[in-house]
Ligand binder design. Structure first.
Ligand code: RB5
Length: 171
């Protein structure tokens, strides 16, 4: 009987796939259709998601929403971001301009898992025109259940962070 209970407790601990987090979400007009679906998926997994817009389908510029989300993530320590545009590319490029943001464009489960496991990514970028609902769900599950491995990857992530302090190399 004791063995059965030990197994049950172990299984329930293993089922708890992630700790509850606070996320900020933003999109552009090409990512707005799936924004609420993505928000719900994170909420279903026990996370708090603060929607920073947009709230209409009017054309907007993705750097503006990347900026809103990244500023919040940097202001509130321990939070993460979700950014959606058509390809996910513009959002990830804009987000990675922010010192302290490690934004990962995830088009499949593997990249989502590695983004967390090796790169300790704190912003997930998705492309509404690239990934369908089923893939988005799989990506989020993969992202959410993976923790940063640390170890040899910590020094590399610190080196990424240090790059933000080097400054502009534009001619
Ligand atoms: C908008 O047309 C589109 O360019 C944008 O959503 C994104 O894909 C940019 O990278």
């Amino acid at each position: 009987l004791k063995k059965i209970w030990t197994q049950k407790i172990y299984k329930s601990i293993m089922r708890k796939e992630s700790i509850n987090m606070k996320y900020f979400i933003g999109a552009d007009h090409a990512g707005i259709e799936i924004k609420s679906y993505v928000k719900e998926l994170f909420e279903e997994r026990g996370h708090e998601v603060v929607d920073l817009g947009p709230f209409s389908k009017d054309r907007v510029d993705y750097p503006d929403y990347a900026s809103k989300v990244c500023k919040k993530v940097l202001e509130e320590q321990g939070t993460m971001g979700i950014l959606i545009c058509g390809s996910g590319l513009g959002m990830s490029m804009a987000a990675n301009k922010f010192d302290g943001i490690r934004a990962a464009l995830c088009h499949n489960e593997y990249s989502a898992r590695m983004a967390r496991k090796h790169n300790d990514a704190n912003v997930i970028c998705l492309g509404e025109r690239v990934s369908g609902h089923g893939m988005i769900e799989a990506i989020i599950k993969s992202w959410d259940k993976t923790e940063f491995e640390g170890g040899r990857h910590s020094g590399r992530v610190e080196k990424i962070n240090a790059l933000g302090k080097i400054g502009s190399c534009r001619s």
